[in-house]
Design a protein. Sequence first.
Length: 219
Amino acid sequence: MAVPIVKAMKRSPAAPPGEVLLDGFVLRRYSLGDAPALAAAVGESLEHLRPFMPWVALEPTTLAEREELLRRWDDDWANGRQYSYGMFRRDRVVGGAGLMRRIAANGLEIGYWVHPAFTGRGFATRAARALTIIGLSLPGVSHIEIHHDKANVASGRVPLKLGFEMVGDKRVKPAAPGESGLSCVWRVGRSSWAASDTESAPGLPAATETESTRFSRHD
Ligand SMILES: CC(C)(COP(=O)(O)OP(=O)(O)OC[C@H]1O[C@@H](n2cnc3c(N)ncnc32)[C@H](O)[C@@H]1OP(=O)(O)O)[C@@H](O)C(=O)NCCC(=O)NCCS
C-alpha cells in the first residue's frame, strides 16, 4: 500500500524503500531487467553527462557489463554500501540517484544525474529531497552530504534549494573533463533537516499528494 513518504520514513526502517513515487517520476531500485533501459538513457545522455560524471569515460559498455553493474549495485544495496535508484517514467529511465556510504560511518552522500530531455523540471531536487529523508531515517546516519565540482552550477542549485549548508570546498584531482578540481561540500544534519524540511522552506519542492513510497519486492 502506498503511504506518504515522510510518514513511511518516520518508521525508521533498517533499509530504504525500494520504490518512492515522486511528482513526475518514480524513484525505484534497479533490477537486472532494467539494463536495456539504463543503457538507452545513458547512451542518449553521454555528452550531457560527460563534463561531470567520471564513469561516462567507461561508455559504451556491453549489455553484459551493464547487467554486471546492476548485480554489483544489488550486492551493494544488500550490504548497505550504496543504495542506487533509477528515476523511471513507466519503463523509461530518465535519471539516476543514490545514497553512498563513502564520506563517514555516520554519513551518506547523495549523487544524481538526469537525462537532458528531463532537466529543469526539479527531478534532481525531488530525488535528493526524498533520499535525504530516507537517508536520515536509517539507523546510525546523522548527516547527508552532496558534493559537486564548483563548475557544476546546476548541481550546486540542488543542495542550496533543499536547505543544505555549504560547509567547505576541497581541492581534488579533476575526474571528468568539465571539473575545475574544486569540490564543494554541502551538508545537512538530522536536527537542521527536521527544522527546515517544511512545505514552506524557500525553494523547496514540496511533497505532493502523489508522492508516496511503496516497499517493493526487494524489501
Ligand atoms: C545537475 C543535474 C542533475 C540537475 O538536474 P535537474 O533535474 O535539471 O535539476 P533541478 O531541475 O532539480 O534543478 C536544477 C537547477 O539548476 C539550474 N540550472 C540548470 N542549468 C544551469 C546552469 N547552466 N547554470 C546555472 N543554473 C542552472 C536550474 O535552473 C535549476 O535551478 P532553479 O530551480 O533555481 O531554477 C543535471 O543537470 C545533470 O544530470 N547534470 C549532469 C550530471 C551531473 O552533473 N550530476 C551531478 C554531479 S555532482
